[in-house]
Design a protein around this ligand. Structure first.
Ligand code: HEC
Ligand code: HEC
Length: 316
């Protein structure tokens, strides 16, 4: 490949020759490096970023201020997926404290969460940065960048989602229930608010929550009732009330709820399906990310589209 360089230079104007030569050389070097990487790892490479599949585990080794498990993550999404939550893992392999001052995202549909600002990472300390992309109503390939500003320089994390094919990624069965079945379910729930976690209800109200955390857990455990297209009128619209609600508020409702209402209690001690770490991840999601989502165009649109179904239902 390098053999072509002199020919190319001869054809270019003298004024730009030197610059072109260096550019060409570095271009070729980068191309060769990419080729070798692609051949040796069989992974897709876009603009020099090696993408790790969402959820794939790897010990941090890529150096950029910190050591990272990857500077790019990707996910094959489905058309009905609302948000995709990525997590980037890092380690401070230096001898100094490093401060992460800010995290900027390239659009309102992408949210990167820092536990505090600045976030001080001690030598040897590990951490992770959750990045959530709102993919509502989107199609094709979406690539977004999150820029972390640290006292040792900036780091760009790339998240990429390909939205393709059919299946229901939240895992909530798409089977439509008849009005009779829905009313019968409601009768059972009215007698026992925990009924939703038992018997045939498990298929839709428990199974899809298994192993999930954060946004995905919200969608399957809570969104199934609270964000339903055909949301019952007595099911609260959570997005509009989320502003200013603290951790204790969400923790209490998720864990214990309120006896005498149709809102189930999710903690194991009440026969609920969620373990401590899932509840914690929901509380974090609901206090840190959820209110901000409301600000995104998509969230506002989605909320406006959610129409309460008046009617026939036997309660309230
Ligand atoms: C096939 C999936 C499925 C099964 C099985 C199911 N649900 Fe649901 N449930 C939903 C969906 C979806 C909603 C949101 C409303 C809608 O879109 O119908 C919902 C909503 C609810 C609500 C909120 C009120 C309402 O009607 O919107 C309650 C209460 C409820 N389910 C209880 C139960 C109980 C109790 C059972 C078991 C006896 C059960 N569900 C079984 C899918 C299911
Ligand atoms: C089976 C349907 C169902 C599911 C699943 C569900 N909720 Fe609810 N939720 C309700 C209903 C019905 C109410 C209204 C209760 C009332 O006040 O009568 C409610 C009320 C609430 C309230 C109180 C809002 C207010 O009026 O102040 C909060 C907060 C809440 N839910 C959060 C959640 C969260 C978080 C999850 C997921 C962990 C969740 N819910 C899952 C049905 C559901």
């Amino acid at each position: 490949m390098l053999l072509f360089t002199p020919n190319f230079i001869d054809k270019t104007g003298t004024a730009t020759r030197a610059k072109t030569k260096t550019n060409m050389k570095s271009c070729i070097a980068v191309l060769i490096a990419l080729l070798i990487l692609m051949l040796s790892h069989g992974e897709t490479i876009t603009a020099g970023v090696k993408f790790l599949e969402k959820g794939e585990k790897k010990e941090p080794s890529v150096e950029k201020v910190f050591l990272w498990d990857s500077l790019g993550k990707r996910h094959q999404s489905r058309p009905d997926e609302l948000d995709v939550a990525f997590e980037f893992h890092f380690k401070n392999a230096t001898e100094k404290e490093i401060r992460i001052n800010q995290a900027f995202t390239s659009c309102g549909c992408t949210i990167a969460t820092l536990p505090q600002k600045p976030w001080i990472i001690k030598p040897g300390q590990r951490g992770s940065i959750p990045i959530t992309m709102d993919v509502r109503g989107k199609a094709g390939i979406i690539e977004k960048e999150t820029t972390l500003v640290t006292n040792e320089g900036t780091v760009v994390l790339t998240t990429k989602i390909a939205i393709g094919a059919d299946a229901n990624s939240t895992g909530i069965p798409t089977r439509e229930r008849t009005e009779e079945e829905r009313a019968a379910n409601l009768q059972l729930a009215a007698k026992n608010r925990q009924a939703v976690f038992q018997n045939s209800c498990v298929e839709c109200h428990v199974k899809p929550t298994e192993g999930k955390r954060g946004r995905q857990l919200y969608a399957t455990a809570c969104g199934i009732c609270h964000d339903a297209k055909k949301r019952a009128p007595f099911v609260t619209e959570l997005r509009t009330l989320a502003k200013g609600k603290d951790r204790a508020y969400w923790d209490q409702w998720i864990r214990d709820s309120k006896p005498g209402t149709l809102m189930p209690a999710f903690a194991k001690k009440h026969g609920g399906p969620l373990d401590e770490s899932q509840i914690k991840s929901l509380v974090i999601y609901l206090t840190r990310i959820f209110p901000r989502e409301l600000k995104t165009k998509q969230a506002i649109k989605a909320a406006a589209k959610t129409e309460a179904k008046p009617g026939k239902l036997p309660l309230k």
